[in-house]
Design a protein around this ligand. Structure first.
Ligand SMILES: O=C(O)CCC(=O)C(=O)O
Length: 265
């Protein structure tokens, strides 16, 4: 990543609700992230590639290694400060020809966070294009209030990733921007900005990892989320952090750095 890309990102973020950062991680780490999706699918038969949730990552050394990468933390620090935790990680991977759409939504509608101080990094493990169902964002909508799930349409028939969506007739869909990324690029977005994505009807995988970073002063008000402390200090009485797991050969996906991982714990 060229560090000058971080110049002015706050202004862009405040204006549009999102920013794209190219080459945020190197090709080898993007490739390992893509391989991690394959590994998780192989070890969790029956789970759709769009539904590889945080619970699968809690004890996964590669995920802890990836989300604590200084290049990612340096991107979020200007927004949330230097005491940083990860609230949740979720791969939304879309298989060729059958990847599901994500209906229009605002992330904050789903999250038990108090206050709603949080920023998402969407990390491209493969190229993510219009053709294979890249994320789409309606710029400027981060200034709108969060809708509750009750104010959204419930479409939980298994045809889409989240089961809820904002009624498209209430939106200016023609203003949506396709967030096209190369493997290793990231976009960041605001919890109120309206976004979604189309189905993947192409012959190519689209593998994206959503990472929700919070300042340690943000409280997770629902039990069972197991956040990770990544940089700086915890705030006394706010959240309990998951210990970093040991790497066990044969049990975890091998990755560059796994050989010294346990020494850093
Ligand atoms: O990956 C996608 O297509 C949508 C991502 C998304 O909805 C999110 O990051 O909240």
């Amino acid at each position: 990543m060229v560090s000058t890309q971080l110049d002015g990102i706050r202004e862009q973020y405040e204006r549009d609700g999102y920013v794209i950062i190219r080459n945020a991680i190197d090709p080898a780490l993007a490739e390992e992230t893509s391989r991690h999706v394959d590994w998780l699918l192989e070890h969790n038969p029956g789970i759709r590639p769009e539904q590889l949730h945080h619970t699968l990552m809690r004890q996964d050394p590669f995920m802890h290694h990836l989300v604590g990468d200084d290049r990612l933390l340096d991107i979020v620090e200007p927004f949330i400060g230097s005491d940083i935790a990860l609230f949740a990680a979720h791969y939304i991977a879309k298989a060729p020809f059958k990847g599901q759409p994500v209906l229009w939504h605002q992330d904050g509608s789903y999250w038990p966070l108090e206050p709603m101080e949080v920023i998402t990094i969407w990390l491209a493990a493969t190229d993510s294009t219009k053709e294979n169902g890249c994320m789409r964002i309606i710029p400027g909508t981060q200034h709108q209030k969060l809708l509750t799930l009750r104010q959204m349409q419930k479409i939980d028939d298994g045809s889409n990733v989240l089961g809820y969506g904002i009624d498209p007739r209430t939106l200016e869909e023609d203003k949506a921007i396709d967030i096209e990324l190369k493997a290793g690029d990231v976009s960041i977005h605001h919890p109120n900005v309206i976004h979604g994505s189309n189905a993947n009807d192409s012959p190519y995988w689209r593998k994206g990892l959503t990472l929700r970073y919070i300042p340690t002063s943000t409280r997770i008000t629902k039990e069972g989320h197991s956040p990770f402390l990544l940089r700086g200090k915890a705030v006394a009485g706010v959240n309990e952090y998951e210990p970093r797991p040991r790497f066990v050969e044969g049990q975890h996906m091998p990755f560059a750095g796994a050989e010294t991982w346990n020494d850093q714990l």
